[in-house]
Structures are given as structure tokens and as C-alpha cells.
Design a protein around this ligand. Structure first.
Ligand code: SF4
Ligand code: SF4
Length: 487
């Protein structure tokens, strides 16, 4: 009789967060502890301090960083980038994307587990509050299944209220990165009618963050985040990701209790966060004792033993869980570890693949282009164009004049008084109105006449240069044309 074919890829037909009826399977990840979690906690403190603290840091009276996408107004390390510098921003975004691609090809989704704000807030803020109020995974399950008592109402309402307060805080912080902390304080202190648009944005952001962390959770990483979707095309068998060592772990099996022999792990099981299903030191064929703890701690509900999956956010929870189990059963840690598929199968890691080298080349090229454009970027941008539709005017027998429109963009955070000078030792510039002072991070426009002696004109169209000074210092020179009679 033929043996039945076992579909080992069956796990790919469904996702852990959806049941057979198509309804949401709520994930209750078990609390985790361990060296990776500890380091992730430290990193999260640093990143949270940066996120919440940086909008308050000012340099020369303006934020150190500002990303006002709506007005295309950016401040990076105190340097102001006007809409005219948008190409630099686009270039920086391209460089960042290539860097992320390169990083992902080499190290997989490590960004998601360690740095992504979604993971940081979910696992290091919201989840910890949930554990604090409702207890570990099983306690949460019990509470959800229990009838509505006063205690349950207090816990549930209290938790949601705290969640919402944090969402408001997060929303305000994100707004501060976009419009600046001073504007956010105005929003919070001035009458709503005066700032109803900003206030509406703040409320909308708050509800969005609350919805994401209280309800959407891992769905963002599994189904919405475009970066997560890209993993399937970026990862290859040399990418270093959270991997289960199937060579060492399989065939998995629960360890049997040995008659008359005390279990190795018993001594520590009481004080531990984990309890092994069957605790004994008897060696199974593979090192995996099939305890299932790597699945129980997983915030996306997957079984990493099935191999690399799109849902894995590389949060390292399963690594910590498995390491603790391995210590208890007196086996080497690292059954689940950072490694590549080839590293596990062949015992060798290969980082410098042709693909990695190609991305590295592109990245170096983009960084070079970015540095070049940054180095030639000036604090002021000037345009002087002849007023359309107007020919030259005769000032007297010897002199002609042309009318021009000018535009001066000040990219600094200080007002800039402007002076125009001709780069010739003949002719003069006459401004229409007063000499402009361009406000900080702003633009000034106006008109001016350039007068030149007729005998200095070579042709109908003559190239001339105008120098732009501020407080006696040459800022830049611009070329324009001067129209005269046909010779
Ligand atoms: S935690 Fe480790 S030993 Fe337990 S099932 Fe997962 S891989 Fe196997
Ligand atoms: S498989 Fe492991 S690393 Fe991946 S999401 Fe689950 S717990 Fe985190």
C-alpha cells in the first residue's frame, strides 16, 4: 500500500491570524525574556528618546529636523531645504531606499525587529502595558473569555484609555516632526476655531495610531507594510535572517521522561517564564524538543521551523525562547539564530555576493552624487530675467536700459539684505523700490533696471553678469541678457 503524501508546505495556504471561517485569530504572544529582548529594549529606549526628544532640540532658533511634506519645507541638521532643493530630498530618498534594499539583501528584515516604529511601539510600549494590566498570554485569554465583571471592565477600559492617551502623545510627536513643536503647542493651547485644520489632523492621527496599536497590530506587518511585501524579492539563500537550524533540530521530538532519573530542566522550570511540556534530558534525534515555545512567543503567530516566511519580522522573540529551552535541556543555544539558509545547510556564510556588490556600487554612486550636489548647493538662489514683452529703452543719447524681474530665495534661517552689482566697470543697476531684505527661509521678488552705455554693446543680445551681495559679502553671480539695437 502506498504511503499517503504529506503536504509539508501546507502552512503556506493560510496565515496564522485568520481562521478557517476567515475571521481574525487574535494573537496572544507569550511574554519573552532573554538577551536579545534585553538589547532590543535598550535600543527601543534610545529610539523613543530620539523620537520624543528631538522635536524640542533647536539650533539657531529653529528645529534641528523638520519634515514638512505639505509645504515641501525641510530642515536637516539645522540646514534649511527649500522647495527648490526638492531634488536633493528625492535623491536622499533614493539613496535611503537603495541602502534599505542592500541592508535587507544582507540582513533580511532586521530593521523591522529592531528599529521600525511599528514594532517598537507595539512590542516595547503597548504590549508591555497589556502584560502589566492583563497579565501574560494565558491570563489574557482567560480574561477575554470571562464574563463582564467590575474587574474586567476596569482592566479593559483602563487599558484602552491608556492606549488612547499614548496614541495622542504619538500623534502630537509625529506632528511636531512635520510642523514643528511650537505649532503643536499652539494647536494644544489656542482656541480650536483658530486652528481647526491642525486640530483635525491631530485628532485623525491620534485615532489612526490608536486603531493601529489597539486593533490592527501585527496585521500592519503581515498585510499592509510594503517593505514586508518586498522581502520575497529581496531575500535569497545567503541573506542572514532569524533562522531555525533544521539540520541540527530535525527530526524534532518531545523528550520522554526517563524512569528514576530526575529531569535536567526541573530545577529551573519553576522560576522560569517557560514550562516544558515533558521535561527530561533524554536525547531525541534532533535538538528541537517540539515544545512549541517559539510559536507561542511569536507576535505574528508563525512557526519559524517551517522556514523563512514573509510574516517574520525578525523580532528575535523565538531566539530568546528557544535559547532558554536549550539551556534547560542542556543543549547548545542558537537552534534558532541569525543565519542564512546556506549557512545552515553548508555551514558557510557568504555576504559579498554579486547582487550585494551591485547594490553596493549603486549605493556608493548615489552617495557620491548626493555629496556633489550638496557641496555645490548655495544658501541663496537668484533668478534675474528680462521682463517679457519689453524691448530696450533709451535713457539718453549714450545709454540704454532694460527692465528685469528678480527672484531671490533665502535658504538660511536669518533675514538677508540683498544688494545687486554689475560685474563690469561700466553701467549701473537701478532698483524699482527699496533694496530687498529676504526674510529667513523665504523668497523676495521685485524689478530692476540695468543701464549700459551704447558703445559697450556688441550685438542685439549681450550677455551680462550680476553679482549678488549681502552685507558686503558676495553670495553668487547670475548671468542674464541685455537687449540693444541690431548692429
Ligand atoms: S522553542 Fe526551540 S525546541 Fe522548542 S519547538 Fe521551538 S525550536 Fe523546538
Ligand atoms: S518567527 Fe521569531 S523572529 Fe520571526 S516574528 Fe516570530 S518570533 Fe519574531
Amino acid at each position: 500500500m502506498e504511503s499517503p503524501i504529506i503536504d509539508t508546505e501546507e502552512y503556506r495556504d493560510s496565515i496564522a491570524t485568520v481562521n478557517k471561517d476567515g475571521k481574525r485569530n487574535w494573537i496572544y504572544p507569550k511574554k519573552v525574556n532573554g538577551k536579545f529582548f534585553k538589547w532590543r529594549t535598550y535600543v527601543s529606549w534610545l529610539l523613543l528618546a530620539f523620537l520624543f526628544g528631538m522635536p524640542f532640540v533647536k539650533y539657531d532658533g529653529q528645529p534641528l529636523f523638520l519634515f514638512n511634506l505639505l509645504q515641501r519645507d525641510f530642515i536637516i541638521f539645522g540646514a534649511h531645504f527649500a522647495p527648490q532643493d526638492f531634488y536633493l530630498f528625492v535623491l536622499a530618498m533614493l539613496t535611503f531606499i537603495v541602502f534599505i534594499i542592500l541592508f535587507t539583501v544582507v540582513f533580511g528584515r532586521v530593521f523591522c525587529g529592531w528599529v521600525c516604529p511599528q514594532t517598537i511601539f507595539m512590542e516595547m510600549v503597548y504590549r508591555k502595558i497589556e502584560y502589566w494590566i492583563e497579565g501574560d498570554a494565558n491570563a489574557q485569554r482567560r480574561l477575554n473569555a470571562a464574563p463582564w465583571t467590575t474587574e474586567k471592565v476596569i482592566k479593559k477600559v483602563g487599558k484602552q484609555a491608556i492606549f488612547f492617551v499614548i496614541a495622542i502623545l504619538v500623534a502630537n510627536t509625529f506632528l511636531a516632526w512635520i510642523i514643528g513643536v511650537d505649532e503643536v503647542i499652539k494647536l494644544a493651547t489656542e482656541p480650536i476655531a483658530e486652528n481647526w485644520q491642525g486640530f483635525t489632523a491631530m485628532i485623525a492621527f491620534s485615532f489612526a495610531f490608536y486603531f493601529v496599536f489597539a486593533w490592527m497590530r501585527e496585521q500592519v506587518c503581515i498585510a499592509i507594510c510594503p517593505y514586508g511585501r518586498l522581502q520575497s524579492v529581496l531575500l535569497d539563500s545567503n541573506s542572514i535572517v532569524v533562522h531555525y537550524d533544521h539540520v541540527r533540530g530535525e527530526p524534532r521530538g518531545k523528550i520522554k521522561k526517563q524512569q528514576g532519573k530526575p529531569a535536567l530542566a526541573m530545577a529551573s522550570a519553576e522560576s522560569s517564564m517557560f514550562e516544558l511540556p515533558v521535561v527530561n534530558a533524554q536525547k531525541t534525534q534532533g535538538d528541537c524538543v517540539d515544545c512549541g515555545l517559539c510559536v507561542k512567543v511569536c507576535p505574528t503567530g508563525i512557526d519559524i521551523r517551517n522556514g523563512t516566511q514573509l510574516e517574520c519580522i525578525n523580532c528575535t522573540a523565538c531566539m530568546d525562547a528557544c535559547d532558554e529551552v536549550m539551556v534547560k535541556v542542556n543543549r547548545d543555544t542558537g537552534l534558532i539564530r541569525y543565519d542564512s539558509f546556506n549557512g545552515i545547510e553548508q555551514g558557510r556564510k557568504r555576504i559579498l555576493t554579486p547582487r550585494v556588490m551591485a547594490y553596493s556600487f549603486l549605493l556608493v554612486l548615489l552617495i557620491g552624487v548626493q555629496i556633489f550636489f550638496m557641496s555645490i548647493r548655495s544658501d541663496v538662489q537668484v533668478l534675474i530675467l528680462r521682463t517679457p514683452g519689453i524691448l530696450y529703452q533709451e535713457v539718453d543719447d549714450q545709454t540704454l536700459s532694460n527692465l528685469y524681474n528678480y527672484q531671490v530665495i533665502n535658504k538660511t534661517n536669518k533675514p538677508m539684505p540683498i544688494e545687486f552689482r554689475l560685474v563690469t566697470n561700466y553701467g549701473q543697476i537701478k532698483l524699482v523700490g527699496d533694496a530687498p531684505t529676504v526674510p529667513k527661509a523665504s523668497m523676495a521678488e521685485g524689478a530692476l533696471f540695468i543701464e549700459l552705455p551704447k558703445n559697450q554693446l556688441d550685438d542685439r543680445k549681450n550677455r551680462i553678469k550680476v553679482a549678488i551681495y549681502s552685507e558686503g559679502k558676495l553670495l553668487t553671480e547670475v548671468k542674464t541678457s541685455f537687449l540693444g539695437p541690431i548692429k
